[in-house]
Design a protein around this ligand. Structure first.
Ligand code: GRF
Length: 258
């Protein structure tokens, strides 16, 4: 029992396969690409669409620094056929990270890339190495699953509109570190998690999906964190599946589900 209140913007009763809202973009044609080609309609700037040709199957690169429980949830969903995609590579800035061990146990390509001299971001050489590994793996989507470094300009430009993250709060509340503790200290009655596109800010990109989680009177930071974590394991695979199925478009800050 995780107490989650469902994916905002979807009808929980229609279930996994039926998820999604109406795409506004079905009839739009992007510059140089016809709609008959496989495309990835993600970023709308004003009213213009950037569409990116995608691989078949859709290829995902996953980055994490920690235990990798969200990676496991996504990998299980891929293995079960619930995400029509292939995990092309798993990368970490932490050599001993559980996410690498989980990936290797699943015979997926997994690589540690030293992050360089900074604590909260990648240095230039490391950034280049991460981008090169993701390009070599020909990824269509970069999935951050507990990656504890802020991504900067060159990385963002290399995968513009194609990087997503999961954050343990109902953004825009409580960006940054230990959001569940911030939520508890603030006294909110509803916490949760958010999957969002990554932009140059901190946890500030367009919101793809959210799950609300109640804050209970007897909650400690640990019990609330646990409940949010369980909700993440449901939400992230659903959002990645919708992206892989190209069921998501972005209009300004609004993410539209087909
Ligand atoms: C999750 O709580 C996620 O919201 C945050 O980092 C944590 C990663 O956990 N971005 P795990 O490594 O997937 O278990």
């Amino acid at each position: 029992m995780d107490g989650s209140a469902g994916l905002i913007g979807t009808d929980k009763s229609i279930g996994w396969r039926g998820l999604g809202l109406v795409s506004l973009l079905a009839n739009l044609t992007a510059e140089g690409l016809s709609m008959s080609e496989p495309t990835f309609p993600l970023v709308l700037k004003g009213r213009s669409v950037i569409q990116i040709a995608v691989n078949h199957p859709f290829r995902i690169g996953i980055l994490g620094s920690g235990q990798g429980s969200n990676f496991v949830a996504i990998a299980d969903a891929v293995a079960a056929g619930n995400i029509p995609a292939q995990i092309a590579v798993v990368l970490s800035d932490v050599e001993s990270a559980g996410i690498l061990a989980h990936a290797r146990a699943r015979q997926l390509p997994a690589q540690f890339i030293p992050p360089g001299q900074f604590r909260t971001k990648l240095d230039e050489a490391a950034e280049r190495a991460f981008v090169a590994a993701l390009k070599a793996a020909q990824v269509d989507l970069v999935v951050l699953a507990g990656f504890m470094r802020v991504l900067k300009g060159d990385f963002l430009r290399a995968f513009e509109g194609r990087i997503v993250n999961i954050h343990p709060s109902l953004l825009p509340c409580f960006p940054g570190l230990q959001s569940w503790r911030q939520a508890l200290d603030h006294g909110v009655k509803v916490a949760g998690c958010t999957v969002h596109f990554v932009d140059a800010g901190v946890d500030s990109g367009a919101i793809i999906g959210q799950t609300a989680v109640p804050v209970l009177d007897h909650d400690t930071a640990e019990t609330l964190h646990q409940r949010i974590h369980a909700a993440e394991h449901e939400l992230y695979p659903k959002c990645v599946a919708a992206l892989a199925r190209k069921e998501i478009s972005v209009v300004g800050r609004r993410v539209i589900w087909k």
